[in-house]
Write a protein that binds this ligand. Structure first.
Ligand code: SF4
Ligand code: SF4
Length: 223
């Protein structure tokens, strides 16, 4: 598998806001140079780091509903629809008719639901089919970037999602923390790949590849 670079685009906040968010994450003073280096090191990911983000997405999803209200029509498969029909105790054909689906050209048994907001979104309750939400939603917003990265394509992730933003903040904070520790002489320099490999080996850390992570995220009941 190729290992393309993946770019995270900061779209939700101004530069000043980003700097303030990072500063608030530290109890000790940090310089602009620390933040700049942390941002530079974190906006460009490799496929292994993207796999880590895909793995952590669900944990950091705030259920803010931004994607449910704003994203283009959600893709669903026949098995997604069957699971949703069962969950809602509605006959499959009735559900299909209600959703007024559009077939996706050249993809068997795949459809687009109506344009945003999603039919299943309720402002008060959030997603009303959350336990059986389509696989597209389970992987949002990193699914397509992850698949494209796996195929060796250039990837840019527009950071409109709170979960991605939080994970990005953590990457930057981790980078700055390590820089501070190196500066204080209490940690080896992890900009050196050899030191990272040594630490991984010592701690027995294994990060699965992107394909494995995507498969882990998909609903196991689906074919
Ligand atoms: S935009 Fe991101 S954080 Fe908000 S509900 Fe969607 S996946 Fe979760
Ligand atoms: S199915 Fe649920 S998670 Fe997916 S877009 Fe609709 S409301 Fe959001």
């Amino acid at each position: 598998m190729s290992d393309p670079h993946i770019h995270l685009l900061l779209t939700r906040h101004s530069k000043d806001e980003v700097y303030a968010i990072i500063r608030e994450s530290f109890k000790v003073p940090i310089t602009d140079a620390h933040i700049e280096a942390g941002l530079d090191a974190s906006v460009t990911l490799n496929a292994t780091q993207l796999a880590g983000l895909v793995q952590g997405q669900e944990r950091f999803c705030t259920r803010c509903g931004w994607c449910c209200e704003n994203c283009t029509p959600v893709d669903v498969t026949k098995s997604d629809l069957k699971a949703i029909a069962k969950h809602l105790k509605t006959p499959y054909k009735k559900l299909k008719k209600r959703l007024r689906l559009r077939r996706i050209k050249d993809v068997a048994q795949a459809y687009k639901m109506k344009a945003a907001p999603c039919t299943f979104y309720d402002k008060g309750k959030g997603c009303t089919v959350y336990p059986v939400r389509p696989n597209t939603c389970r992987l949002y917003p990193l699914g397509m970037p992850a698949i494209n990265a796996h195929l060796g394509k250039k990837v840019e992730i527009a950071n409109t999602c709170g979960a991605v933003e939080e994970m990005f903040r953590m990457l930057v904070v981790a980078h700055i923390s390590m820089t501070l520790a190196v500066e204080a002489g209490v940690m080896p320099d992890f900009n050196n790949p050899e030191n990272i490999e040594q630490l991984r080996a010592q701690m027995g850390i294994q990060i699965p590849d992107l394909k494995t992570v995507i498969n882990q995220k998909l609903d196991p009941r689906r074919p």
